[in-house]
Design a protein around this ligand. Structure first.
Ligand SMILES: Nc1ncnc2c1ncn2[C@@H]1O[C@H](COP(=O)(O)OP(=O)(O)O)[C@@H](O)[C@H]1O
Ligand SMILES: [Mg+2]
Length: 324
């Protein structure tokens, strides 16, 4: 273990607590000071309530991924099941308290089905799902982000749910070595807390990221398996289009038009295809009301808008990855 016994990098020693803490630039101290904001129990209850346990509904059978990815997911599920058998049922956790964790990392461009897969993995394991999104975890108040991370793990422990960290690169990027800003210091503390909690946790954690290369090596070592979620190839896009056009949606598409949808969405992801279906259907309804027919032109206009939006938000071209 790398960092787990000493104080957190740059962390406050316990005896320094009663002193007034310096206000870190870029971070806010809650009005009236951190201590008077709430008592500890209320704070914990509020934090635990941030993380609801969902019943997962997505199924791996509906996830459209290359055979290699599907096999990797299946192999990891087998490992997780054995892990749980060995550590929970055969009691290995008693002799190896930090060996029980099973963390999985899903990486790939936006919209390739990482959140879908995390939910489907929970479903396959018969577990509830806790989504710990960056928005819930990150706080502008000093020290709150680390407490939120701890609360997410505690909630997962109490409910035996799978803990899913979306946008994990924002929390697990490399620890900053050249700390010049106190906000950087706070980021390092969050990462260290994450690694500590991961070591103490004996449940299942799934991380998702668009930027796996940004991960800290200390974190990468704690992962049971990394699974790539690539952009869909033509065959996968054909499946994605069929899966995302509801049978009751009145569409006017011949075989050539279906083919066109597939070629026109080269380098786009499943999430883009879903958005295109919604936009095309909305455009048709706006035009024709209840007598609407969604035409190829509606879809093509939606695809063009989707590409424009991608360019506008600066998503890098993934054309190379799409060839796989
Ligand atoms: N590989 C896929 N298989 C099936 N549906 C997909 C896939 N990728 C994306 N989708 C569709 O797009 C939606 C958004 O995908 P999501 O899982 O949120 O992507 P990510 O988390 O990678 O950004 C999903 O709910 C699903 O409808
Ligand atoms: Mg997602």
């Amino acid at each position: 273990m790398d960092n787990d016994n000493g104080p957190l990098p740059g962390g406050q020693p316990a005896e320094a607590e009663p002193r007034a803490r310096p206000v870190l630039p870029g971070r806010l101290v809650p009005p009236g000071g951190a201590r008077s904001l709430e008592n500890e129990a209320d704070g914990l209850a509020r934090r635990l309530a941030l993380f609801a346990v969902e019943t997962p509904r997505r199924r791996l059978a509906d996830l459209i991924v290359p055979e290699t990815t599907r096999r990797e997911i299946a192999a990891l599920l087998t490992k997780v099941r054995h892990h749980r058998l060995l550590y929970d049922e055969f009691g290995l956790s008693e002799v190896d308290p930090y060996g029980g964790r099973t963390a999985i990392n899903l990486y790939g461009p936006p919209g390739t089905g990482k959140s879908f897969a995390a939910e489907a993995i929970a479903q396959a394991l018969g577990m509830g799902l806790i989504r710990a999104n960056y928005a819930e975890i990150e706080s502008k108040y000093v020290g709150e982000t680390a407490k939120n991370i701890q609360a997410a793990f505690q909630k997962a422990r109490e409910t035996q749910a799978l803990l899913f960290f979306d946008e994990a690169d924002s929390i697990l990027g490399r620890r900053l070595t050249n700390i010049t800003q106190s906000t950087d210091h706070a980021v390092n503390v969050s990462r260290s807390v994450m690694l500590l909690e991961l070591d103490r946790f004996s449940g299942v954690t799934v991380f998702a990221t668009n930027l796996a290369s940004n991960y800290d090596t200390a974190f990468v070592r704690r992962i049971l398996g990394h699974i790539e979620m690539p952009l869909p190839d033509a065959a996968a896009r054909a499946q994605l289009w069929r899966a995302h056009i509801p049978s009751r949606l009145p569409v006017q598409l011949d075989a050539a038009a279906w083919e066109r949808l597939v070629t026109e969405t080269d380098s786009l992801a499943g999430g883009d295809i879903l958005n295109c279906v919604i936009a095309a259907a909305a455009a048709a309804v706006e035009r024709d009301g209840p007598a609407c027919r969604v035409t190829l032109d509606d879809f093509l206009a939606a695809i063009a808008a989707s590409r424009r939006a991608r360019r506008a938000i600066g998503t890098p071209s993934q054309a190379g990855a799409a060839a796989r």
